[in-house]
Design a protein around this ligand. Structure first.
Ligand code: FES
Length: 184
């Protein structure tokens, strides 16, 4: 599937959103697991068309997509919100959020300095204004692209940076603490 899709499952008590770049997936909400698949007729031209010639040779694009440090295509990051991801190193992982400001992309640990167990992005994007990321719990405001808290109970503290870089149309983890990652 060429384009990632966002799937949201809502129950009476909870809501969970995942982004998929495959044609099948699961969403876990509470104790329940929802499995689904998507007919992707956008690939292959339909009605038994033969695949394009020369598909045996790996392409640069395929190499980029299979890079474990590649998180997402830049265009899949909302400009008015954030996108959750997981950075991993062996068995250990950390949850982060991607924030996009025009062509610039930043990543922060998905944790509020006021109460580190509180996620800034609970799964459907953190609150974002023109200038700030806003914690939904007590309203702390963090400068976009900087992470510094200018207002709220953790004023003067900063979000923890996770290093990423934009390369062509993709966003890649460059933080040496992690060897791979994926969008949640
Ligand atoms: S937990 Fe984020 S402001 Fe309190």
């Amino acid at each position: 599937m060429d384009d990632a899709i966002r799937v949201t499952v809502e129950t009476e008590d909870e809501e969970e959103t995942v982004r998929l770049s495959d044609t099948e997936g699961t969403v876990e909400v509470g104790d329940a697991t929802f499995r689904f698949s998507v007919d992707d007729e956008r690939d292959g031209g339909g009605d038994g068309d033969a695949p394009a010639e020369g598909n045996d040779a790996p392409t640069e694009e395929a190499d980029a997509v299979s890079d474990p440090r590649r998180l997402v295509a830049i265009d899949d990051i909302p400009t008015g919100g954030t996108l959750r991801f997981e950075a991993t190193n062996g068995q250990r992982g950390a949850e982060g959020i991607l924030e996009r400001n025009g062509d610039e992309v930043y990543a922060w640990r998905n944790s509020c300095p006021h109460k580190p167990h509180v996620r800034l992005d609970p799964g459907f994007g953190a609150r974002v204004t023109d200038d700030h990321i806003v914690c939904h719990e007590h309203g702390a405001r963090f400068v976009r692209g900087d992470g510094f808290c200018t207002r709220g109970p953790c004023r003067g503290q900063s979000l923890e940076l996770i290093e990423v870089e934009r390369r062509d149309d993709g966003v890649y983890l460059t933080d040496e603490r992690f060897d791979g990652g994926r969008v949640l």
